[in-house]
Design a protein around this ligand. Structure first.
Ligand SMILES: C[S@@+](CC[C@H](N)C(=O)[O-])C[C@H]1O[C@@H](n2cnc3c(N)ncnc32)[C@H](O)[C@@H]1O
Length: 232
């Protein structure tokens, strides 16, 4: 992932993530005045949705560039640079969207988060999940993150000491003008790792993608899927 380098691009290109962040906030809304600590807040898509509910948000990210853009986009939150995988300050409620999939040991992180959240507080979590990017993965194999399905994530949450109150998977097919536009958008938003393919391999990947995953009205299709969880 290259979020530090791509912070402004993320804000401009990450429209699916923005949609999932807004859906996540609506999935289990906070009450006006609730204090919420948000980690991996990026440029503030979820932050803004939480602020719109009247929550008081302490937002953080480990990328200073993301925090800078987030501060501009959601100035009424309190922003800081923080690693969400380390120990967190005690907090009332925790929210995170599109970050935990990058953790090398999500169960250990979830356990640390459980310790930080006051008894009676809750976790609002959004993560990409199966069958997201199934088209691309069928051609390239697994990428920089490990894809888990809903059952696997819920197991990790329980191992982390969370009691899952509600969960749902939101699946959304996105259409792009071409396979190259799809990959450019991923790249522009920082969600890809270092390039792993040579020019020839990339060309044949693009050709194959266009051939196998053409959208009915033109362009290509890519499936996005997001797990939303409320846990206490
Ligand atoms: C896909 S973006 C999601 C941003 C935002 N939550 C959203 O919904 O648009 C992932 C974010 O997690 C941040 N991130 C990755 N690892 C992190 C870590 N260990 N601690 C804090 N933030 C992290 C990245 O810098 C990036 O801003």
């Amino acid at each position: 992932m290259r979020f530090e380098e791509k912070a402004r691009g993320y804000h401009a290109h990450a429209s699916p993530q923005r949609r999932f962040a807004e859906a996540l906030a609506a999935f289990a809304p906070f009450e006006p005045g609730d204090r919420v600590t948000e980690v991996g807040a990026g440029t503030g898509f979820l932050t803004r949705a939480l602020l719109a509910q009247g929550a008081l948000v302490d937002a953080s990210d480990n990328s200073p560039a993301m925090v800078e853009v987030g501060r501009e986009a959601a100035p009424s939150a309190s922003w800081s640079v923080q690693d969400a995988l380390g120990d967190l300050f005690p907090c009332h409620n925790l929210a995170s969207n599109g970050m935990l999939q990058w953790a090398p040991d999500p169960a250990a992180t979830l356990r640390r988060w459980r310790t930080a959240v006051h008894p009676g507080g809750r976790l609002l979590l959004g993560v990409p999940c199966e069958p997201g990017f199934r088209e691309l993965r069928s051609l390239t194999g697994e990428g920089p993150i490990r894809w888990r399905d809903e059952a696997m994530w819920l197991r990790l949450l329980r191992q982390g000491g969370w009691d899952v109150r509600a969960s749902a998977v939101m699946e959304h097919p996105e259409t792009y003008p071409s396979a190259v536009d799809f990959l450019r958008q991923l790249h522009g938003s920082g969600v890809t790792g270092e390039p792993r393919l040579g020019v020839g391999e990339l060309r044949s990947l693009l050709r194959e993608y266009g051939r196998r995953f053409a959208a009915p009205g033109g362009g290509v299709v890519a499936t996005w899927a997001w797990l939303m969880v409320e846990a206490g």
